[in-house]
Design a protein. Structure first.
Lengths: 226, 289
């Protein structure tokens, strides 16, 4: 066992593959989540406005096409298309490609999460806002959104966690993330056990940490309910 | 309910400790058997083995399977070709596939080819999911720690592919350039050692590395000579550099310590070499220049 650890992590400074990979994984996940939330928020607003008022018909159509295409194709294929086809003839940072692909992909799922949150708020709340003299945007911003956000937080945390793990397919475009770091060690030492278990434990640790943070946020937001 | 959870946990703990033992054991055998002795042992054993193998052949249960792990993205050694039928009835063909087919026939076994990622081949052998690994594998020290290799059956060189008009003229010009490789291949290992990790882009398939080269994402690709020729002939604007990057020899890998199978394979390989069948297979895929 100790020889396995020596061979896989200490010899030739191989642990650097893991730490460097971890950095890339976190970087990609963080920026992809930000892009995903931005896209998802905009689409959810457009879609629920259409659902509630019938306005923004054209935008709603565009959003629907986006959702269909992104949710209907595997993220790995999207990643390869963006790397090899859309950015085909350009020398571009692989981290940037990964952030864009995972962000666009995540946006589609986040949009539906947000929309379900907005639609879950009782119509009466909306009507109450309007009868108090708020306009549509004000009602959305001050009354619907704060309640909706609280409702979708668990689902949003779920999406974030699955995105973190999904970034592991980045190795297909030679992105040196955490999974790839373990893979490189594995391809040098031909020991499957140690690097794979190490990588799995790191992912698990990250997920535990983030679920804990989300839990705290959830508890904070729920304080107003009492 | 609680008991069930406990049971599961126990089972998981057992599995984990078992695999830990497995790892330890293979390490100790590896340490006890330096490569030099293994190689000598093989050649010495081979001579008497032609007769021994013949007896064993008769013993080998009829219809037994010989599972070969390979990465069928490596023409002309192994690749998918729907217009041909490979030795196991699938569309995986190539020099390694046919040699493995001939060995299986020689041993009276049925060949089954499994197509997996190149760097998963050795774990596949260690865990017993496959019997042999034939994927244009070069004998290296690191690999000898975890598997045993048969006698070599082909020589190959690692070459450099660049785009036409590239300023790279030889291995010396590669410093500070981005080099595309197939992950886990000897090209990857040598290039990482020579030029540093940060200058090597590791793609899961050779063809992805070549694609990246065509698009200017990498400056050069280091890969085995034969697949390189195919890549260059099928893509315009690429050329092979005359100066080879490294020379090496291919062999078939088996699980560490499985000397019985290794001896059988070496016996079969010797017969194939003697009868000229080996040369025929190679000539079928590689046209002499």
């Amino acid at each position: 066992m100790s020889q396995g650890i020596y061979l896989n992590f200490i010899k030739d400074d191989r642990w650097k593959y893991i730490t460097d990979g971890l950095k890339v994984t976190l970087e990609v996940t963080l920026f992809a989540v930000l892009i995903g939330i931005a896209i998802g928020f905009l689409i959810a607003v457009v879609r629920s406005t259409y659902d509630k008022t019938g306005k923004l018909k054209l935008l709603n159509g565009i959003c629907k096409i986006y959702l269909t295409v992104i949710r209907g194709t595997p993220v790995l294929v999207q990643l390869m298309i963006i790397y090899f086809v859309i950015f085909g003839p350009v020398k571009i940072s692989k981290v940037l490609v990964a952030v864009i692909s995972f962000g666009i992909n995540s946006g589609a799922y986040v949009a539906e999460i947000f929309r379900s949150g907005i639609m879950s708020i009782d119509q009466g709340q909306f009507e109450a806002g309007r009868s108090l003299g708020f306009n549509y945007v004000q009602t959305m911003w001050y009354i619907i959104m704060p309640q909706a956000f609280k409702n979708v937080l668990p689902a949003l945390g779920n999406e974030f966690i699955s995105l973190l793990k999904e970034t592991s397919v980045g190795s297909y475009i030679a992105l040196q993330d955490l999974t790839k770091g373990g893979d490189i060690i594995r391809s040098r030492t031909y020991d499957a056990f140690t690097p794979l278990i190490a990588v799995a434990l790191i992912y698990l640790g990250l997920v535990l940490l983030f679920s804990w943070l989300i839990q705290i946020l959830e508890r904070r937001l729920r304080q107003s309910e009492r | 309910m609680k008991k069930k959870v406990l049971c599961l946990l126990m089972a998981a703990a057992c599995a984990a400790s078992l695999s830990a033992c497995g790892g330890g054991a293979s390490e100790t055998t590896a340490a006890a058997a330096p490569d030099a002795t293994t190689a000598e042992g093989n050649t010495a054993a081979k001579a008497e083995d032609t007769t021994a193998a013949e007896e064993e052949k008769a013993d080998a249960a009829e219809g037994k399977q010989l599972i070969m792990a390979t990465n069928a993205e490596f023409p002309p050694y192994e690749y998918h070709d729907s217009s041909m039928t490979g030795p196991d009835g699938s569309d995986i063909v190539g020099i390694d596939a046919e040699i493995a087919g001939a060995i299986a026939e020689n041993l009276g076994m049925e060949l089954v080819i499994e197509d997996i990622a190149f760097d998963s081949i050795i774990p596949e052998l260690q865990s017993g999911k496959a019997d042999i690994g034939a994927a244009g594998m070069t004998v290296t020290e690191d690999r000898l720690v975890n598997v045993d290799f048969s006698d070599t059956y082909a020589t190959a060189v690692q070459v450099i592919i660049v785009t036409e008009g590239s300023e790279i003229a030889g291995p010396d010009d590669l410093a500070e350039k981005i080099i595309g490789v197939q992950q886990g291949t000897t090209g990857d290992i040598y290039a990482s050692d020579d030029f540093g990790d940060e200058n090597v882009d590791r793609y899961p398939k050779g063809v992805d590395a070549v694609q990246a080269l065509l698009q200017g994402k990498v400056d050069a690709v280091i890969i085995d000579n034969e697949p390189a020729k195919v890549f260059v002939s099928e893509n315009e604007g690429l050329k092979l550099l005359d100066a080879a990057y490294a020379e090496e020899e291919y062999a078939i890998a088996v699980k560490k310590g499985n000397t019985e199978l290794l001896d059988q394979i070496n016996g079969a390989l010797a017969e194939l070499k003697e009868s000229g069948a080996l040369d025929e297979i190679v000539a079928k895929y590689i046209s002499a220049e």
